[in-house]
Ligand binder design. Structure first.
Ligand code: C2E
Ligand code: MG
Ligand code: MG
Length: 699
């Protein structure tokens, strides 16, 4: 780096000793370090020994003149960018031009005042310093641009002249500096060029900034082209008094590629590499639009492997995953053979569920034929590692437009048809049954998703506190199931419990509830919360299970919960269906120590005769009577009677559905032991119940 200009080293070359002396003195006064040479050759020698910061050179010298000396200096190491000030005599009219030609930086004509020389030298040194700094920063900028893969250019709009950085040229695939915007874009991929140029024209027209993305062919690149993002902005250059368009070009190939990859992954099933549910749904939606436009049918086939869960559970997920991949390969093969190859789409929707979108397939026979081939392809045993695995498949079909007019309906109906196959033993195919279409539709859908809800962990337990009406303390809770459906949100048990009972699904669901509630109660007791017990509702199906006592015992054991911390609620009407067997079952349950409550009491017409025989601990007064205690005398009379009856038989009474204080007060006065209802709290998730209880304990 050049020393500060006051310490700059100046070489004066002049054959006239008097002149040298005068110049030397003038420069030294300005604190320059001055060296002198009397002719060209000795000047070159001096230069070789030490490169000065500036040269003052006379043109008229005997032997090697100033022009020759200047040229020689320029070709020496360190001489290319050195400032050389040439002194010309007034008697040589073309000396200035010749001096520049020889490489002079500046000139001064003799005679001159020493003061002028001082000024010119100082100015020249400063200018050269600034120039040097500019070049350095340009060099650094170029390196930075290369690292960032970011180039820039400036277009003077009035002249149409373009200036372009080296990196911009590289990115645009140019080896010759472009002069116009069109030049700059000459290598843009033909497919992108029209779009790009018209967007540019529009921006130019409106004088509005713009962003473009296009491709530039790239030899040896992964895809044969690179992606470039161009950003342009119009800038008013006050100094030049004109508008400039300043642009950047950025290599975004990597960004585009990783974006693609992310997109692909979002639409791809990781296990089989096939389309996933999201992609299938999107493709089906598009296919329906297309089919509608050209009036062709299409079929959706739901393919579910029959005994897959068992394989997964016994042989492990690795084997299961391999089986899924092989199954996908075979299904794909069938689509190819069916000459549907390119058109059809195979997807894995999750678990052991596959779906096929078959455009153009509409008639019953065609779609059935395809389904049978899919089933047949899976029938050949699979060899996975050391195992030979036999699976079969159940296929449900729904077609556009007969069975449904939109993607969602088609999928749902194909799914429902598939479940019908499953219900009748699997390994078969069925087309969606048109006669069921209307009323039963919702039910079918509910049923299909209910079957999956347990595996997918969509059930939750809420807990509603029960309050001792005399002390006003939380004493226990009732567990109430909730179904958090991914699309429909919370579904209340009133909706799905009857269906679960009808389909038998209530058995596994009920078992889950039992286990979950026992675990929760055990956790609360371990935390030291003053909750005596948790109540679990039993369904009529569960009550008739032969191993019910075993299941209950198992749930207690698993949770390490004492039997008296669990209460089972059965409705009065359930018990009345088959009194003898219900009484036997309840007796067995009581024997292991759990509490029994009769739910919704007062509505099931239990006669007093039976009531004495029921091995129960608690009567829960039905909400209907609680609701009416302060409104109608009948309800009040029944509620009172149940409380009295309870006392008489030595049973605890619980009033459910207390919503108002006057209801609570009435029941408390009447001697009812426990209350439950929105007045105290609606059913809430476990953590919320803990918070409520803690707040109450604190107050
Ligand atoms: P339930 O056993 O009689 O439960 C009481 C129902 O009354 C609950 O409805 C509860 O949310 C509601 N409730 C509580 N306090 C009030 C109130 O102050 N006002 C009003 N209007 N309602 C109140 P939910 O949770 O919708 O349950 C409905 C029924 O579904 C239950 O009636 C029970 O028979 C059944 N159920 C719930 N969970 C299960 C379960 O895990 N297994 C079985 N088998 N059945 C269940
Ligand atoms: Mg209940
Ligand atoms: Mg009830």
């Amino acid at each position: 780096m050049r020393a500060p200009e006051t310490l700059a080293h100046v070489l004066v070359i002049d054959d006239d000793p008097g002149m040298r002396k005068m110049l030397g003195a003038a420069l030294r006064r300005e604190a320059f370090v001055v060296d002198e040479a009397a002719d060209g050759l000795s000047a070159l020698e001096r230069f070789r020994q030490q490169v000065p910061d500036l040269i003052v050179l006379d043109v008229q010298m005997p032997g090697m003149d100033g022009f020759a000396t200047c040229r020689a200096l320029r070709s020496m190491p360190g001489g290319r960018t050195l400032p050389i000030m040439v002194m010309t005599g007034s008697d040589e009219p073309d000396a200035v031009a010749r001096a520049y030609e020889a490489g002079a930086t500046d000139f001064i004509s003799k005679p001159f005042h020493p003061r002028l020389l001082q000024d010119r030298v100082r100015f020249l040194l400063r200018a050269v310093g600034a120039f040097e700094r500019l070049r350095r920063s340009e060099r650094h900028l170029a390196i930075a641009q290369r690292i960032a893969r970011l180039g820039n250019w400036v277009l003077e709009l009035s002249a149409g002249r373009l200036e372009c950085s080296g990196e911009a040229m590289r990115l645009m695939g140019l080896s010759v500096e472009p002069r116009t915007y069109a030049d700059l874009h000459q290598h843009v991929l033909a497919d992108d060029r029209d779009r790009t140029l018209s967007a540019f024209a529009r921006a130019l027209d409106r004088r509005e900034g713009y962003d473009l993305r296009y491709r530039i062919p790239e030899e040896g690149g992964e895809q044969g082209h690179r992606w470039v993002q161009e950003h342009g902005e119009f800038v008013q250059d006050a100094d030049a008094g004109e508008t400039l368009l300043i642009g950047t070009v950025h290599d975004i190939t990597e960004q585009v590629q990783s974006q693609r990859r992310i997109q692909e992954l979002a639409f791809q099933d990781v296990v089989t590499g096939r389309a996933n549910r999201a992609r299938f749904t999107a493709a089906l939606e598009a296919a329906v639009v297309h089919a509608a436009a050209v009036s062709t049918p299409l079929a959706v086939l739901f393919v579910d492997l029959d005994r897959f869960k068992r394989i997964n559970d016994t042989l492990g997920h690795t084997t299961g995953d391999q089986l899924l991949r092989s199954a996908a390969d075979r299904l794909e093969q069938v689509l190819h053979e069916h000459a549907l190859g390119g058109e059809a789409l195979l997807a894995r929707l999750g678990g052991d569920e596959f779906a096929v979108l078959a455009p153009g397939v509409g008639e019953d026979e065609l779609s059935l034929e395809l389904a049978r081939r899919l089933i047949a392809a899976l029938e050949v045993p699979f060899v996975v590692g050391e195992y030979e695995l036999v699976v079969s498949a159940s296929v449900g079909i729904a077609r556009y437009p007969i069975d449904g007019a939109d993607a969602e309906t088609l999928l749902r109906r194909a799914d429902a048809a598939m479940y019908e196959v499953k219900d009748s033993g699997g390994n078969n195919v069925r087309v969606f049954n048109r006669s069921q279409r209307d009323g039963a539709d919702e039910r079918l859908w509910l049923e299909a998703s209910l079957r999956k809800a347990l595996d997918r962990g969509e059930f939750e337990l809420y807990y509603q506190p029960k309050i001792d009406l005399q002390t006003n303390q939380f004493v226990s809770t009732e567990a109430l199931i909730r179904w958090r459906h991914p699309e429909r949100g919370l579904i209340s048990p009133g909706w799905f419990i009857p269906l679960a009972e009808e389909t038998g699904l209530i058995v596994p669901i009920g078992e889950w509830v039992l286990k979950q509630a026992c675990k929760q109660q055990a956790a609360w007791m371990a935390m030291g919360l003053p909750l005596e017990s948790v109540a679990v509702n039993l369904s009529v199906k569960q009550l008739s299970l032969r191993n019910l006592t075993g299941l209950v015992q198992q749930a207690l054991d698993d949770a390490h919960l004492p039997a008296d911390a669990l209460e089972l609620e059965v409705t009065e009407s359930m018990v009345m269906r088959d009194v003898t067997s219900a009484v036997a079952t309840l007796a067995r349950l009581k024997q292991i120590g759990v509490g029994i409550a009769i739910d919704d009491f007062g509505t099931g017409h239990a006669s007093l005769r039976y009531l004495r025989e029921f091995p129960v601990d608690t009567l829960k007064i039905d909400r209907a009577f609680v609701d009416g205690v302060c409104k109608d005398t009948d309800s009040a009379a029944i509620a009172e009677m149940i409380i009295k009856l309870g006392h008489l038989l030595g049973l605890k009474t619980v009033a459910e559905g207390i919503e108002q204080e006057d209801q609570r007060d009435y029941l408390a006065r009447g001697g009812c032991n426990v209350g439950q209802g929105y007045l105290f709290s609606p059913p809430v998730p476990a953590p919320r119940l803990e918070a409520l209880l803690r707040a109450r304990l604190a107050s």
